[in-house]
Design a protein around this ligand. Structure first.
Ligand SMILES: Nc1nc2c(ncn2[C@@H]2O[C@H](COP(=O)(O)OP(=O)(O)O)[C@@H](O)[C@H]2O)c(=O)[nH]1
Ligand SMILES: [Mg+2]
Length: 370
């Protein structure tokens, strides 16, 4: 298994290297701007990528996606996650009296699970577990696991549509509020795609700040992925157009388009994203629209995300920043209210801290099961 992964990863890098030789050289990456730390993508690696021999010599081999959730599961565990803590508190109680149920309810609601799903979960748990008022921890865990899986959904299609039809590239449009983690996610996603053996081109259609394109370029150069960029303040749709046109001409598998997340007005957003999407669709249909939501922003973030879901047809959610102080309960209302599956989760600022979302792995991580 590991050997196959290694062979695939090596093959992927070889393909990328092969393609790069055929392409005109990318412009040298400009020095990192003096942005606040929050905006910079991994300065240490950035300076590495920009040193004398850029690109080819220092290409990194990204981690195969399949092993990621198990590596990152500790970041979802009870010590970090109030949602997991509340659930495990229930399992640890030796008597489930009225007070214990109330405590659990309060914890679940403050863990962003939302009122409706909390009610459903508690009703189901009470029915299954608390018939005689005494908790059997093993039974409680089993019921909890089953009920959580039901809330999250185990038969949902969470695959990314990365390939296009008629020999054209797949196009992934990434949208979301400023600061949610779009550019970082695209950087990490391009590594997932490279690890899976795809050739990738990135479009820096967040032309609002030059720093955004630099940030993307830093990510791309680490894995030999080229970035198409325009002038600062230029038309984002024309950058998207140029990137997809280049992707078609060069025969790459996937073009990933970064966008600005300015929530000035709903009509402004609709105009901008609508235009980007129309321009791309004329060349090669957009195959996936990923909405990035910062898991630490809870219901607020969800409300903002709803605006994006109203202006573009979102096909998948990326829940970023589920490490640290995030409350994993948000997965349930996000899917329910937007009617779109969570496809990827961000579990840190590291280059490979993005994992395909998968209900069983997620629930087992929350409940501390291996
Ligand atoms: N802890 C953590 N930080 C993240 C994650 N994803 C993104 N970030 C950080 O969030 C900040 C904003 O990210 P950025 O990609 O620039 O957001 P954008 O404005 O939507 O493009 C950066 O400091 C990122 O390092 C994650 O999964 N976990
Ligand atoms: Mg950005």
């Amino acid at each position: 298994m590991a050997a196959v992964g290694l062979v695939l990863a090596v093959a992927a890098v070889t393909i990328v290297l092969g393609r790069r030789r055929a392409l005109p050289p990318a412009p040298p990456a400009p020095a990192l701007p003096a942005e606040p730390a929050a905006e910079a993508a991994e300065p240490a690696a950035a300076s590495e990528a920009e040193s004398a021999e850029p690109e080819v010599a220092q290409l990194e081999t990204p981690e195969p996606p399949a092993s990621r959730l198990s590596r990152l599961r500790r970041r979802l565990s009870a010590s970090n996650n109030p949602f997991a803590r509340g659930l495990l508190g229930l399992l640890a109680a030796d008597r489930l009296d009225a007070e214990a149920w109330e405590d659990l309810e309060a914890t679940l609601i403050t863990s962003d699970l939302g009122v409706g799903p909390t009610d459903e979960l508690i009703t189901a748990l009470r029915r299954e577990v608390a018939i005689d008022g005494v908790a059997d921890p093993a039974k409680a865990r089993e019921v909890l696991r089953a009920e959580l899986l039901k809330l999250i959904g185990t038969d949902t299609d969470r695959s990314l549509r990365v390939t296009g039809a008629d020999g054209k590239p797949g196009v992934i449009l990434v949208v979301g509020v400023n600061g949610t983690g779009k550019t970082t996610t695209i950087g990490k996603l391009s590594r997932v795609l490279v690890a899976d053996g795809h050739t990738v081109l990135l479009a820096a259609a967040d032309t609002f700040r030059a720093a955004a394109a630099d940030q993307l370029q830093t990510w791309g150069s680490r894995v030999g992925v080229r970035v198409i960029r325009g002038a600062e303040g230029g038309d984002p749709a024309s950058v998207a157009h140029d990137a997809v046109a280049a992707g078609i001409e060069e025969g790459v598998d996937v073009v990933v388009v970064d966008t600005a997340g300015r929530l000035h007005t709903k009509t402004g957003l609709m105009d901008e994203l609508g235009k980007i999407k129309r321009v791309i669709d004329r060349l090669a249909p957009v195959t996936e629209v990923l909405l990035v939501i910062d898991a630490t922003t809870g219901q607020n973030g969800l409300a903002q995300a709803r605006v994006f879901a109203e202006v573009v047809d979102v096909t998948g959610i990326v829940l970023s920043k589920l490490d640290g102080s995030a409350k994993g309960g948000i997965v349930v209302p996000v899917q329910r209210e937007l009617g779109v599956p969570v496809k990827l989760i961000g579990l840190g600022e590291g280059a490979d801290d993005l994992a395909p979302f998968e209900a069983e792995g997620f629930v087992d991580a929350l409940l501390g099961e291996s």
